[in-house]
Write a protein that binds this ligand. Structure first.
Ligand code: CAA
Length: 386
């Protein structure tokens, strides 16, 4: 596949691979244990100019789109799934501004994200509204020239590290999803706090937090796009562009687990015969490699379709996330099995891939939500042909 990459994509891949293998892989287990935010690595990604890969050139980015974002996320996740998603959520948090922000908002916020000076997080989910995002209850009331936010957000990846947050809140509960608006909230705004950081199974290198808004007053020019009621559609369009990033994280995790398994089987013994000479093991390795390659191709296809402004990207984005995350779970599980009892030991590093992979089936829309998106589109397409 790399032969089909543009010169620039290949260059991003190699630049990221170097950082990931040299600086992330050696400390991945430590980061997993400590759960201290990896600012040193973020600094390396900033210095390498990787933070603004997907941001348009006119706002200080590289204008490279979703394909190159995926290539970077894949390489990071191959070394550490936490770092992969910690990077990818900056795209998830900035896509709403790229897609729906006013010119003033784009000029104000995107250059700092592109330069890596500020991280940006995405606040849609709540305790009572996860898969059914349209039922969120966080409230934004207009008071004079301000909006006052009240409510909480759950599962906010990078919530403890971001400086900018895109937050979805209802400006008109009577209108359901059509009453949802998006806002840009800055860290340090009075009434905005991050009261809880989760202790997690995987992606432990980065934080997942709860956000709290208590009479948090923000100026009206932080209403995304300057128009109320466009939040739900903005969130859906954002997720269409971000889901291949989760797919890329899953591909990276699966590839990382396969790399480590190949290293293991070519260096160890089982009952005096090398593990790699066992046909059973070879069958497993073949299935793993085939599934990783299929997931990678589907992910790149979805990313390229988005970058080409193709129609119907929701279906492809959902398919890539569904297939790649299920692949990551299967492949990392097989990897742990090949390691045998050693597979469950932290020191071998293989169980971390398995733990990191699980969340890819859940966040940015559970795989049941992806099936819903795919199924609805299939039926619509069939109806339009009938
Ligand atoms: N693009 C543009 N518009 C869209 C759209 C899309 N992809 N999908 C839906 N819409 C529009 C519809 O056209 C409709 O518009 P009108 O009101 O004008 O008719 C409106 O949005 C409502 O659409 P639906 O009736 O399809 O909405 P729904 O309530 O049935 O929602 C759902 C369906 C797909 C399940 C949606 O709620 C969903 O995607 N849920 C999952 C949410 C999610 O992925 N959350 C992840 C949070 S982020 C995260 O996890 C990050 C992290 O930690 C890393």
């Amino acid at each position: 596949m790399e032969e089909l990459f543009s010169k620039e994509t290949l260059e991003y891949q190699l630049r990221t691979r170097e950082i990931a293998q040299k600086y992330i892989k050696p400390v991945a287990l430590e980061l997993d244990l400590d759960q201290t935010y990896p600012w040193e690595i973020v600094k390396r990604l900033q210095d390498a100019g990787l933070m603004g890969v997907w941001i348009p050139k006119e706002y200080g980015g590289h204008g490279r789109g979703v394909m190159d974002l995926c290539v970077v996320v894949e390489e990071l996740s191959r070394a550490c799934g936490g770092l992969g998603v910690g990077f990818a959520v900056n795209a998830l948090g900035s896509f709403p501004i790229i897609l729906g922000g006013t010119e003033e908002q784009k000029q104000k916020y995107l250059p700092d994200v592109a330069a890596g000076k500020k991280l940006v997080a995405f606040g849609l989910s709540e305790k009572v509204a996860g898969s059914d995002a349209g039922s969120l209850i966080c409230r934004a009331c207009k008071e004079g020239n301000d909006y006052v936010l009240n409510g909480e957000k759950k599962w906010n990846t990078n919530g403890n590290a971001a400086s900018i947050y895109t937050i979805y809140a209802s400006t008109d509960p009577n209108k359901g999803g059509r009453g949802i608006s998006a806002f840009i909230v800055e860290k340090g705004t009075y009434g905005f706090s991050v009261p809880k950081l989760e202790d997690k199974l995987g992606i432990r290198a980065i934080g997942v937090a709860e956000l709290l808004f208590e009479n948090c007053r923000i100026p009206e020019n932080q209403l995304l796009g300057g128009t109320e009621g466009r939040g739900f559609m903005n969130a859906m369009m954002t997720l269409d562009r971000a889901r291949p990033g989760v797919a890329a994280q899953a591909v990276g995790l699966a590839q990382g687990a396969l790399d480590l398994t190949l290293e293991f089987v070519t260096n160890s013994n089982l009952n005096n015969a090398t593990v790699s000479s066992s046909q059973g093991i070879q069958f497993m390795l073949s299935d793993m490699a085939t599934q990783v390659e299929a997931a990678r191709r589907l992910t790149y296809t979805a990313a390229q379709a988005i970058d080409a402004n193709a129609k119907g990207v929701s279906k492809l984005a959902a398919m890539s996330k569904l297939f790649a995350s299920d692949t990551a779970m299967r492949v990392t599980s097989m990897a742990v099995e090949i390691f045998g009892e050693l597979g469950i030991l932290r020191d071998t590093g293989i169980e971390k891939y398995f733990r990191d992979a699980k969340i890819t089936q859940i966040y940015e829309g559970t795989n049941q939500v992806q099936r819903l998106v795919i199924g609805r589109t299939l039926l619509k397409e069939a109806a339009s042909k009938a």
